[in-house]
Design a protein around this ligand. Structure first.
Ligand SMILES: Cc1cc2nc3c(=O)[nH]c(=O)nc-3n(C[C@H](O)[C@H](O)[C@H](O)COP(=O)(O)O)c2cc1C
Ligand code: SF4
Length: 476
C-alpha cells in the first residue's frame, strides 16, 4: 500500500518519536514491539541462542520498548515456551536482557510478559474418548441401558454421532469435539477454586525473577484466552467474589498486581496487557474494559497495553490429535486481523476502543500510558492515533516482525526502504503449529549463505536480514 514516510526532520518533530514520561514509564519514543512467541525456547522453557538472536534483532531497530513473549509463571512443562517459574531460568533471561541492551545501545526498555494458563488437551479420537476419558454418570448409564462400565462404553461407542451428541453433557461433548479445556469457573476442582489464593504469589515470585534478570519491568498478561483474561471476562460466573459483576471480575487481577508491585523495587515497571473487547458473545465489552482500565490506573499500574479478542470460545474445531487454538475464530481474527477483512478493513480496529478506554482513564484523573496494537503499519496512521489522543504509545507486532528496523528507518528518514507486512498471517500459521515463527518476506535468497541460522526443518531463516544501509550513522 502506498504511503508517505517522513524525512528525518519530520520524524524528529513527530509525536511518534517524542519521549514518553508517564509516572515510572519513561521511553525514548512512542514505539513498542508487543509480545510475540517465536517458539525458540528449549522444551523445558530455557532461553536459547535463537531466543537471544530474535530479541537482539528487534533491539537493533531501537524501538522505545520491546515486550518479551508470553513467559510461563509456573514451573510446569509447557513445550518450547519460555518460563520464569523457578530461579534456574534467571541466568538465561539475564543473557537475553544484556543482549538487548547491547543491540539497542541502551535505548530500548525491555519488559517481559508473564502468563498463567489452564490445561488445554488435544482433541481425542472418538473411541479413545469414550473408552478412556469419559467419566460415566447415571445419565449415561440410563441412555446406554446398561450398568456395567464396559457395557455402557460399548453402547455409547455404538451410537451414531447424532444420538451420542444428544446424550453427552455440553462439557463432555466439547471435550470430544474440541479437546478438554479447563475454565476458571470449574470451581468444583480444588486447583481452580484456589486460583485466587495462589496466583498473586506465583506472579509476584515470577516478577522478582524478572527483577533479578535485569528487566525494566513486567507486563502482566491479562489478555486473550488465558487465566487472568478469563477472570476479567463477562463469561466468568464464579460466585466466590471473583466472578459475576465486573467489580468481582477485576478483583483477582488487582490482587495479582498488588502482590507483584509489593515484590519489586520502586522504579521497576509493572503494566498489563488486557482486552479492549473480548469480541465473543456474552463476553466483556469496551465498557467493561474502560471500567477495568480505570481500576488498574487507580491501583497504580504503569501502563495499559490493549489487545482484542483471541478467545477459545469461538475457536475453530481442531483436527483429532491437535489442540484448539484461540486465534482461529472471529475473535482470533480481531486479535490478528488479516487483509481478508470485512468492510471496516484490518487496520487499526483497536483504535476507537482504545480511545474510549484512554478517555475514561483520563476523566478519572490518571495519566497512565495506553499502548494500542492491531494492524498499525504506517507513519500517518501512528501519528494520527497519537494526535487524536486515542493512545500514548504505538504497538506494532507483525510490521516489526516483517521489518525489525522499520521504526529506525522511519526515525532516520529511510521509510522508503521499509519491508511492509502483507497481513496474510504466515507467521501466525507457524505460531499455531508451535513451529519456529518467521516472516515470509525475509530474504529467501540468502537462505543458503554460510552462517545463516535456519529453522530446525532447514526451510526458513531464523532472523530478519540485516539492515545494510548506514542507518545509524545518520541518526538524529
Ligand atoms: C507470531 C505471533 C505471536 C504472538 N504472541 C503473543 C504473545 O505471546 N502475547 C501477546 O499478548 N500477544 C501475542 N501476539 C499478538 C500480538 O502481540 C499483537 O497483539 C497482534 O499481532 C496484533 O498486532 P499487529 O497487527 O501489530 O500484529 C502474537 C502475534 C503473533 C503474530
Ligand atoms: S509473515 Fe506475513 S503477516 Fe507475518 S509479519 Fe510477515 S508479512 Fe506480516
Amino acid at each position: 500500500m502506498a504511503t508517505e514516510w517522513p524525512d528525518a526532520e519530520q520524524a524528529r518533530r513527530s509525536i511518534l518519536f517524542s519521549p514518553v514520561s508517564a509516572g515510572r514509564l519513561e521511553l525514548a519514543d512512542r514505539t513498542w514491539v508487543p509480545a510475540m512467541v517465536p517458539w525458540r525456547a528449549t522444551e523445558d522453557g530455557f532461553v536459547t541462542p535463537d531466543v537471544i538472536q530474535w530479541y537482539e534483532r528487534f533491539a537493533q531497530g531501537q524501538p522505545g520498548a520491546i515486550v518479551v513473549e508470553a513467559t510461563g509463571v509456573r514451573d510446569i512443562p509447557s513445550g518450547p515456551l519460555l518460563r520464569i517459574g523457578d530461579d534456574r531460568f534467571i541466568p538465561g533471561l539475564r543473557d537475553l536482557v544484556q543482549a538487548v541492551r547491547r543491540a539497542s545501545g541502551g535505548r530500548t526498555k525491555l519488559f517481559i510478559q508473564i502468563i498463567d494458563f489452564l490445561a488445554v488437551r488435544r482433541r481425542p479420537a472418538r473411541e479413545t474418548f469414550i473408552t478412556r476419558y469419559l467419566r460415566l454418570t447415571d445419565a449415561y448409564r440410563e441412555a446406554a441401558g446398561a450398568e456395567d462400565d464396559a457395557d455402557v462404553r460399548a453402547a455409547l461407542l455404538a451410537m451414531p454421532d447424532e444420538q451420542l451428541h444428544a446424550v453427552l453433557s455440553p462439557r463432555d461433548l466439547e471435550a470430544l469435539e474440541f479437546g478438554y479445556r479447563e475454565r476458571v469457573t470449574d470451581v468444583e476442582h480444588q486447583h481452580i477454586r484456589e486460583l485466587p489464593a495462589v496466583l498473586p504469589g506465583i506472579f509476584a515470585a515470577a516478577a522478582s525473577r524478572a527483577v533479578a534478570a535485569g528487566f525494566d519491568g513486567v507486563e502482566l498478561h491479562f489478555a486473550h484466552a488465558y487465566t487472568m483474561a478469563s477472570f476479567l471476562s463477562a463469561r466468568n460466573t464464579r460466585d466466590d467474589r471473583y466472578g459475576g459483576a465486573r467489580e468481582n471480575r477485576v478483583r483477582l487481577p488487582l490482587e495479582v498486581f498488588a502482590a507483584v508491585r509489593a515484590a519489586v523495587p520502586g522504579p521497576f515497571i509493572v503494566g498489563c496487557r488486557y482486552l479492549s473487547d473480548d469480541c465473543i458473545d456474552a463476553g466483556s465489552t469496551v465498557d467493561d474494559a474502560a471500567y477495568f482500565g480505570v481500576q488498574f490506573a487507580k491501583a497504580g499500574i504503569d501502563f495499559l497495553s490493549l489487545s482484542r479478542g483471541g478467545k477459545f470460545e469461538d475457536a475453530k474445531q481442531p483436527k483429532v490429535g491437535f489442540s484448539a487454538y484461540p486465534y482461529t475464530g472471529p475473535s482470533g481474527w480481531e486479535c490478528m486481523p488479516t487483509v481478508l477483512a470485512d468492510q471496516a478493513g484490518p487496520f487499526g480496529r483497536n483504535v476507537a476502543p482504545a480511545s474510549r478506554i484512554r478517555a475514561a482513564v483520563r476523566e478519572a484523573g490518571f495519566e497512565t500510558a495506553v499502548v494500542v496494537a492491531g494492524g498499525i503499519h504506517t507513519f500517518a496512521q501512528a501519528e494520527g492515533i497519537l494526535t487524536s489522543k486515542a493512545a500514548d504509545v504505538i504497538g506494532a507486532a507483525r510490521q516489526s516482525l516483517a521489518d525489525p528496523d522499520w521504526f529506525l528507518k522511519m526515525r532516520t528518514g529511510r521509510g522508503a526502504s521499509i519491508r511492509g507486512c502483507s497481513f496474510t498471517n504466515y507467521c501466525e500459521g507457524l505460531d499455531q503449529m508451535h513451529k519456529q515463527v518467521t516472516c515470509k518476506l525475509w530474504d529467501r535468497e540468502a537462505l543458503d549463505e554460510p552462517g545463516i541460522a535456519k529453522s530446525s526443518d532447514g526451510r526458513r531463516r531464523m532472523t530478519a536480514p540485516p539492515f545494510t544501509e548506514t542507518a545509524k550513522a545518520g541518526e538524529p
